[in-house]
Design a protein around this ligand. Structure first.
Ligand code: ADP
Ligand code: MG
Length: 298
């Protein structure tokens, strides 16, 4: 067993209201994420997804529990030291939801250079990192463009380039595709997949899009601040009733299989591609037709 890259133990967080009352948002989350894994995090609004992301990124300090990164204890309920926060944020980058809130500079390459400049790197090293990062998100030809002229998907790719320029080990995407049009979503998903599969970067992708979650190695379902389901996408999506009990849908193809089973078809208890599903229905129909012929002949 390789050591987990990120491990949380009993991780909890409560927000305090103006009257000093505590409202739990994350409640005893213990997960272990190996290096290089692509994890999708699902959960209806208010289930604690962003709180979880902010704890991992050390924007929030846990109310209870611990976070380990690469075997090292980095976050506990006591005030973290600044060096640890700086180091964790470099290693675990975060991309947010709104593409317009993440770009600070008025020229693309200056925006991407922002992080490496904060690391105090030499000018030529910064140049190399900026070029490589823009190349990685296929935005190099926009290096001197004004971010305001870019599409949402392009802006998110610039935001991702800014994170990659820090050479992170993990990137958390907090609903980073949710404000994009279908082509923007596709561009960003392709970028996320290339970071994960091409560079071995650990990915935590918070999303409401089941087709995106289906691309992950693992799906974690949060509800009321707790982990309710955790497994391979096929395994999780097959649990249609449980998913619905957490106000979540399943991919349309899975929902169709589920309804077909309910209607008496002998569909397998797993998810399948649309093409495999079509073949299955065809076989099932000819089996039923054969059975019908036999019974009328017999
Ligand atoms: P998600 O990202 O899954 O929608 P969040 O982590 O943002 O969920 O929120 C979890 C819970 O914490 C919700 O009940 C939400 O209302 C509450 N919450 C989130 N942010 C704050 C905040 N800044 N102050 C008070 N309560 C908050
Ligand atoms: Mg959120």
């Amino acid at each position: 067993m390789t050591a987990p890259y990120i491990e949380t133990r009993g991780l909890s967080y409560s927000y305090e209201d103006a009257d000093g009352n505590l409202h739990p948002a994350l409640d005893g989350v213990s997960v272990s994420i190996p290096r290089g894994q692509f994890v999708a995090v699902l959960g209806h609004n208010g289930s604690g997804k962003s709180t979880f992301a902010k704890l991992l990124n050390m924007i929030l300090t846990p109310t209870a529990g611990e976070i380990y990164v690469d075997g090292q204890l980095v976050s506990t309920p006591s005030e973290p030291d600044e060096d640890t926060v700086f180091d964790v944020r470099r290693r675990i980058g975060m991309v947010h939801q709104n593409p317009d809130n993440q770009i600070v500079a008025s020229i693309v390459e200056e925006d991407v250079a922002f992080g490496p400049e904060n690391l105090g790197l030499a000018t030529e090293d910064i140049r190399l990192r900026v070029d490589a990062s823009l190349e990685a998100v296929k935005m190099r030809q926009y290096a001197s463009a004004a971010p305001s002229r870019l599409s949402g998907g392009q802006k998110q790719r610039v935001a991702i380039a800014g994170i990659i320029a820090m050479l992170p080990e993990c990137v958390i995407f907090d609903e980073s595709t949710s404000m994009l049009d279908p082509s923007g979503r596709r561009e960003v998903m392709n970028t996320i997949l290339s970071l994960n599969r091409g560079r071995g970067i650990t990915v935590i992708h918070i999303t409401h899009d089941m087709s995106e979650a289906a691309l992950a190695d693992r799906v974690i379902v949060l509800s009321d601040g707790r982990v309710r389901l955790d497994g391979a996408p096929d395994e999780i999506f097959a649990r249609v009733e449980e998913m619905r009990s957490f106000s979540l849908d399943v991919p349309q193809s899975t929902a169709l299989l589920y309804e077909l089973r309910g209607a008496g078809f002998l569909m397998p208890e797993r998810t399948m591609s649309a093409a495999a599903c079509a073949r299955y229905i065809k076989d099932e129909l000819s089996r039923l037709a054969d059975a019908g012929r036999e019974s009328s002949e017999g």
